[in-house]
Design a protein around this ligand. Structure first.
Ligand code: FAD
Ligand code: SF4
Length: 544
């Protein structure tokens, strides 16, 4: 079948090559500021290494490729010349990496300069800079206007502060960008409505939930599925229930669907979890935002407008605005300050291997089975599932942070390093020693029990730390506190948890430590998930 995006190679010489990366799908970005269709040419490339440097799941790869192909088709529709290298062509040409794609197209076009918006990943930026240097190609990296806080603004915010706290950053962003403000004061007289938010569904459960709008894969997306299955056959995850928005029109529809049907309850149930309900009242907009198909300003404005017109309560809207204007911008700022050292951070000296069942979801622990299962099925889990189920278990078990990072980067459709790495290595694993979070997010199985119905379907008992039916989270929680007691002795935010641990009788401590060690041994003994060919040997041609 002829490819829907295929095109003859453009042989004419180009003045500028304008590189559009898979997470830069914004036709109003700085890359197009002085674009001249008579002299310039867009370059977009699908290269295997972007799906193999971590074991990228099928939904994640498919979403990126489908959104890229639709975006390229839209540019062409506007008369913009696009040199688009599809996976099949890259393979035939022996191109595996972005650098190789660039080298190839530079030879084709003789372009004198590469223009690109600042890449979101440190790794990609390094690759571009190195390749351009080798090719003697001038490189112009332009500001990413998608974000509301520039790198230099973030630098100015952190300058002179010994301790960073997201809350202060968020307030400064609210003041500067005037979201939810009444004069100089926060709307409703409070910056933070957390006390009204973050409830569980209680015993009755969530009742009838609004079903998010689904997007039936079109011909382009189906062609991508076939190629993903062909090139990344052994990769984790499934494409069966793929229904993500892949075009600008679709993401706008997804935004409207969220604002109309889920935003009003977003805050109340932000932290709640329920069996077989992956979406609840969450927006599902992270991938569209991270691919830059959606601008955070339009999301913030739509949410604020919903409050003004009386459609959603202030607590829900504030809770949502905090995530986008606060957390999202904050982690991006921290990422660029902390790289590249962040990826090696291991403040808690955690060295266990990643459990094999992270790649299959096959475990008796009901909470993990649910969170991992939906991750592999949809490429999605909501924040509390990522932080207080999957991330929590990895941290309590003591998994090597870089392995946790690689897993998170591989499996989620919204996973891009600038947002994934600070969340995983900072917020969830405390590997950065407390740069992002003031204390480790640790809790026992009782927290999961209070926020979900998972425990009612689990062979373990969240209240028990020892014995045959002890919940592994609870055993590992006490073990974590006992192991790290000296490290956190001076942290006032850990005082209560440590005081409780110190009250445990000596014999109970001993049994907890033994049971935790036994659990680790059992998890370690599981046969590893089968790595695909692409992780063991080069998929196409020689590996760089
Ligand atoms: P909602 O719950 O509807 O939240 C609205 C939006 O707020 C999100 O779309 C997102 O853009 C933003 N947001 C919320 N929390 C955060 C946060 N902590 N950091 C940055 N933005 C936030 N988010 C990603 O976009 N990519 C990742 O790879 C990613 N990895 C994560 C790993 C861990 C261990 C944790 C704890 C969080 C991670 N997050 C990541 C943040 C957050 O979990 C997701 O953005 C969110 O679950 C996406 O679902 P949603 O769009 O339905 O979000
Ligand atoms: Fe998870 Fe423990 Fe509850 Fe089972 S009992 S669902 S392992 S928290």
């Amino acid at each position: 079948m002829p490819s829907l995006c295929s095109e003859p190679p453009v042989s004419s010489r180009a003045r500028h090559l304008v590189l559009v990366l898979g997470d830069q799908l914004d036709a109003r970005s700085a890359a197009f500021d002085d674009f001249d269709s008579r002299h310039d040419q867009v370059l977009m490339a699908e290269v295997a290494s972007e799906s193999t440097h971590v074991w990228s799941s099928k939904p994640r790869t498919a979403l990126f490729l489908s959104a890229m192909r639709h975006f390229a088709a839209g540019l062409r529709g506007q008369g913009i010349p696009v040199r688009y290298l599809q996976l099949g062509e890259s393979q035939a040409l022996g191109i595996r990496s972005l650098g190789e794609a660039l080298r190839h197209v530079q030879l084709e076009t003789g372009a004198g300069m590469l223009v690109c918006v600042q890449p979101g990943d440190w790794r990609v930026r390094q690759e571009l800079m190195t390749t351009c240097k080798e090719l003697g190609l001038a490189l112009e990296l332009r500001e990413d206007r998608h974000f509301l806080c520039s790198a230099s603004d973030f630098e100015a915010f952190t300058r002179g502060r010994t301790r960073l706290v997201m809350e202060f950053f968020y307030r400064a962003m609210r003041r500067k960008h005037r979201y939810l403000m009444e004069g100089d004061e926060p709307a409703g007289g409070r910056w933070n409505f957390d006390t009204d938010n973050r409830k569980s569904f209680g015993k009755k459960g969530p009742g009838a939930l609004p079903r998010p709008v689904q997007f039936e894969p079109d011909d382009i997306t189906r062609e991508v599925f076939a190629q993903v299955e062909e090139h990344f056959e052994g990769h984790p995850g499934s494409l069966e229930s793929f229904a993500w928005p892949v075009t600008r029109e679709q993401v706008l529809q997804a935004l409207e669907d969220f604002i109309e049907h889920r935003l009003p309850e977003f805050g109340t149930y932000e932290d709640a979890m329920w069996t077989d309900e992956p979406w609840l009242y969450h927006s599902r907009l992270s991938a569209a935002l991270n691919l830059k198909l959606l601008n955070p300003r339009e999301v913030l404005e739509a949410a604020e407008h919903a409050w003004h017109r009386g459609h959603a309560p202030l607590a829900a809207v504030e809770g949502f605005v905090r995530q986008i204007l606060g957390w999202r911008e904050y982690v991006r700022g921290l990422y660029w300050q902390a790289m590249p050292a962040l990826l090696q951070a291991n403040a808690l000296e955690a060295n266990e291997p990643l459990p094999a069942f992270f790649w299959t979801g096959r475990t008796e622990m009901a909470c993990l089975r649910q969170a991992l299962g939906q991750t592999l099925e949809h490429g999605y889990a909501h924040h509390i599932q990522r932080l207080m189920v999957i991330g929590l278990y990895a941290q309590l078990l003591g998994v090597s942070p870089v392995q946790v990072h690689e897993w998170f980067l591989a499996v989620y459709v919204d996973a891009v390093e600038w947002v994934e790495a600070p969340n995983v290595l900072g917020m969830s694993q405390f590997a950065d020693g407390g740069r992002l979070a003031t204390k480790p997010y640790v809790a026992s199985g009782k927290y999961i029990d209070s926020m979900s119905n998972y425990c009612s379907q689990c062979p373990y008992n969240p209240r028990r730390a020892t014995g045959a039916d002890a919940c592994p989270f609870t055993t590992l929680y006490w073990d974590f506190l006992l192991r790290h007691e000296p490290r956190f002795a001076d942290n006032p935010r850990m005082a209560l948890q440590l005081a409780n641990a110190r009250r445990l009788p000596a014999e109970e401590r001993r049994v907890i430590r033994l049971q935790a060690a036994e659990h680790r041994k059992t998890v370690r003994a599981e046969p590893p998930a089968q790595l695909p060919l692409s992780r063991q040997e080069p998929l196409f041609g020689s590996q760089d």
